[in-house]
Ligand binder design. Structure first.
Ligand code: CA
Ligand code: CA
Length: 290
């Protein structure tokens, strides 16, 4: 087991980045992740003006995965997310879908006591830790860590949490896995642009599926598989998710296209992940079929 210090981070996914460590499939690792503002938030009452919002979502890594090659699927099994003792939220005019409704920037620090987040006197929320950012390097070029896509990235998907596994399509040798942006809690949509943001220690294990040729990120749970799609518009993200669900059912059954479409309509839930990043993200859940 290894601990990676969150002090060394990157702000993009790129095959040009130098890996910080090499992981072997099957190995368990614990990684420290910085919060979305890289530790700039310290105490209640701190002015939002003190926050440099130009450098968001520091990513721990990247990690070179032994044996990973383009066409493989890298599956990240999330075992545990150990949150720091405090988290924070921010709202500001122009930020997220709620940015039209607030009149001034506001920063709120809240204590995380192990079971709940103490949002305000008399109001606490259950902790539901998740990773906002998880991804691998694209084949070429560089994708900023605030952007979601087929490589993963800033997916802000609540199901990226302990107990679930995240298959990602490998596009370069070694995959170059990175992760960060832990939320202690986040509602679907992430409507104000932040969840309860916190630094954390993330314990996970990686598995390699040779030449699985998946087209984008997925989340597998004990109940089934979420297919995760990001696009510039909600309509395009939904269309891509629907097509993927039909194709997924056809590849795992012998059903023709029309019956596969009926099954999607009968039992697959379309859900919004986030509406606030440079692309929006949706997921469609395909339950185990038997
Ligand atoms: Ca995020
Ligand atoms: Ca975040």
């Amino acid at each position: 087991m290894k601990i990676k210090d969150a002090g060394s981070v990157v702000y993009s996914f790129s095959p040009a980045h130098q890996a910080v460590a090499e992981l072997t499939p099957g190995e368990t690792i614990v990684v420290e992740t910085a919060d979305c503002f890289g530790g700039q938030v310290h105490s209640q009452g701190q002015s939002p003006e003190t926050i440099d919002r130009t450098r968001v979502n520091p990513v721990s890594g990247p990690f070179f995965i032994t044996g990973a090659e383009p066409g493989d699927a890298l599956e990240v099994e999330i075992l545990d997310i150990n949150l720091a003792g405090q988290g924070f939220m921010m709202v500001a005019p122009g930020m997220g879908r709620l940015g039209k409704l607030v009149k001034e920037p506001r920063l709120l620090v809240c204590e995380l006591n192990g079971n709940s987040a103490l949002f305000a006197p008399g109001i606490s929320l259950p902790l539901k830790p998740m990773l906002g950012v998880i991804g691998v390097a694209p084949e070429k070029g560089e994708i900023p860590s605030h952007t979601p896509g087929t490589h993963g990235g800033n997916l802000d998907t609540r199901e990226v949490r302990p107990g679930n596994s995240i298959p990602l399509p490998v596009s370069c040798s070694g995959a170059l896995l990175g992760l960060g942006d832990v939320h202690a809690s986040m509602g679907d949509g992430e409507l104000g642009g932040t969840g309860i943001e916190a630094s954390a220690e993330v314990r996970f294990k990686v598995h390699l599926h040779k030449q699985a040729n998946i087209s984008g990120p997925r989340v597998t749970s004990p109940q089934g598989t979420y297919l995760v799609h990001s696009a510039p518009t909600l309509g395009r993200a939904i269309d891509a998710a629907c097509k993927d669900a039909v194709d997924y059912i056809r590849s795992s059954t012998s059903l023709p296209r029309e019956e596969a479409a009926m099954l999607v309509s009968a039992c697959c839930d379309l859900q919004i992940c986030q509406l606030v990043n440079p692309k929006v993200t949706v997921r469609i859940f395909v339950p185990h079929l038997s």
